[in-house]
Design a protein around this ligand. Structure first.
Ligand code: 5GP
Ligand code: MG
Length: 466
């Protein structure tokens, strides 16, 4: 997964983009980057591994001049954590330059790349996103938006794109609309972001979502919106509301806080925990859902797990052995809340089950009498090919075990998941128009013919650009 942010028409476009990226850090911590285009149409790029706070020295920021900028935060995926794979991409081409930032995952990238390589194209990264740059460079249409549309015809899968062609910014959202993308206004400038929390930080007002299948271009001639992509059913990602987005964002037109609380309330209705005395979240991703569970069940909401916010994703592996070691670095239970109690621990999702298993053992170690695990989504049983980094099916614990086996494996007294119907009913505009392939196994499109190549970026050198 990734976050994208862009500004058109502001003298401090790069500085605003850096601010926006701070608010999109949760969408990707592997690398961050900014491309700025100056008054003379010259593009400059700054990209670095790691967090936004670490990535941009003052001198580098000062060099990112100009009224147009786009930025990107990238989520870590196995085998592709390299600076070559950091975005935005900035490529010099025949007519000028192409800068591109991508959130999503193309499902036919392997085929498209092979096609291009056979025609002699040279790739400098192993990202699926680079395929789009090559296709834009080859497009013949007159207008910048026409060239982007031409390039995207035949590209399948999930994309929210911010592209700069010379001095035109072009944004595009795939026809299925898996990933979110919004447009905002800041005085005379226009701002684009994956989530509205990034508009808030720069003081921009929300104008509207970019619609699935829409391409918007802005330049000196003004703003144009075209519908040149083939239409498709809407399949917005339900996992954005379950886990990925920030609760202070509006995603797909609805508040994430509201939908997460609704998920928690629905969970309390579907899987109550009679006799339980206290509810707590696994911070931070399930805070709002656990609040919803507490509201509906009437149980007190406590802060029973404390999360260490200074543990980076790349922290040095502790030397202690045992499955709890990693979890202990990140979480510590508050014994005074838990000891002797029958507790409900709410989390938003279970992927591999390793964190959950470690947490249950910590909570038991703090003296819990009973541990009732409640999950504010359905069991994850299938891989995502549209931008979430779910592992292979063999690693998805709910795909490998029965409910009883999983209950024993996690070491809980009871385990309750939300139903798919219940989960979808908590979405802001009702259950229609969502992709739930990771929960249901029902993929809205053909899945990649070579998913392992896409995932690992091995043999053909292609990896997902999340
Ligand atoms: P597990 O028990 O499966 O090892 O971990 C469950 C935890 O992983 C939950 O707290 C959930 O919020 C979190 N989680 C779910 N999806 C993702 C993801 O894509 N990336 C990361 N880093 N955590 C995730
Ligand atoms: Mg979590």
């Amino acid at each position: 997964m990734c976050g994208v942010f862009g500004v058109y028409g502001h003298k401090e476009a790069a500085a605003l983009t850096q601010l926006g990226l701070y608010s999109l850090q949760h969408r990707g911590q592997e690398s961050a980057g900014i491309v700025a285009i100056d008054e003379n149409g010259r593009g400059r790029v700054s990209r670095a591994m790691g967090l936004v706070s670490e990535g941009f020295a003052d001198a580098e920021m000062a060099a990112l001049l100009g009224p147009i900028a786009i930025g990107h935060t990238r989520y870590s995926t196995a085998g592709s954590s390299t600076i070559e794979n950091a975005q935005p991409i900035l490529a010099r081409v025949r007519r000028g330059h192409i800068a591109l930032a991508h959130n999503g995952n193309l499902t036919n990238a392997v085929e498209l790349r092979r096609e291009l390589e056979e025609e002699g194209a040279i790739f400098s990264s192993t990202m699926d996103s680079e395929v789009i740059v090559h296709r834009i460079a080859r497009a013949q249409s007159e207008s910048p938006e026409g060239r982007v549309a031409e390039a995207l015809a035949g590209v399948e899968g999930a994309y929210c794109l911010l592209v700069v062609l010379d001095e035109t910014i072009v944004v595009a959202r795939d026809p299925h609309g898996w990933r979110p993308l919004v447009m905002g206004r800041l005085a005379d400038s226009v701002v684009f972001a994956s989530e509205t929390c990034a508009l808030d930080i720069v003081g921009a007002t929300i104008e509207r979502e970019i619609q699935p299948g829409e391409i918007v271009a802005i330049d000196r001639q003004g703003m144009r919106s075209i519908r040149a992509l083939p239409s498709a059913p809407i399949n917005r990602c339900v996992f954005e509301h379950v886990y990925f987005a920030r609760p202070d964002s509006k995603v797909f037109g609805g508040s994430v806080d509201r939908s997460r609380r609704a998920l928690g309330r629905q969970l309390a209705r579907e899987c109550p925990a009679p006799g339980a005395q206290v509810v707590f979240a696994v911070p931070d991703s399930s805070n709002s859902a656990a609040l919803g569970f507490a509201e509906e069940s009437g149980l007190p909401y406590e802060l029973a797990l404390i999360r260490n916010h200074y543990v980076g994703r790349t922290f040095i592996q502790p030397t202690q052995s045992g499955r709890d070691a990693k979890v202990k670095v990140k979480y510590n239970p508050v014994r005074e809340i838990i000891e002797g109690k029958r507790v409900v621990m709410v989390d938003d999702s279970i992927v591999r089950g390793t964190t959950t298993r470690g947490l249950v053992s910590l909570v038991r170690g703090a003296g819990a009498r009973e541990v009732h695990m409640r999950v504010s989504s359905a069991p994850i049983i299938s891989s995502c090919y549209y931008g979430i980094d779910t592992p292979r099916r063999e690693e998805l614990i709910a795909a490998q075990m029965t409910h009883d086996e999983l209950t024993r494996h996690l070491g809980v007294d009871s385990l309750g998941y939300l139903s798919i119907g219940g989960m979808l009913s908590a979405m802001p505009d009702g259950p229609e128009g969502y992709c739930h392939a990771c929960f249901s196994g029902r993929y809205p499109t053909a899945i990649p013919s070579e998913p392992e190549l896409l995932r690992a970026g091995s043999a053909a050198g292609v990896s997902v650009g999340l």
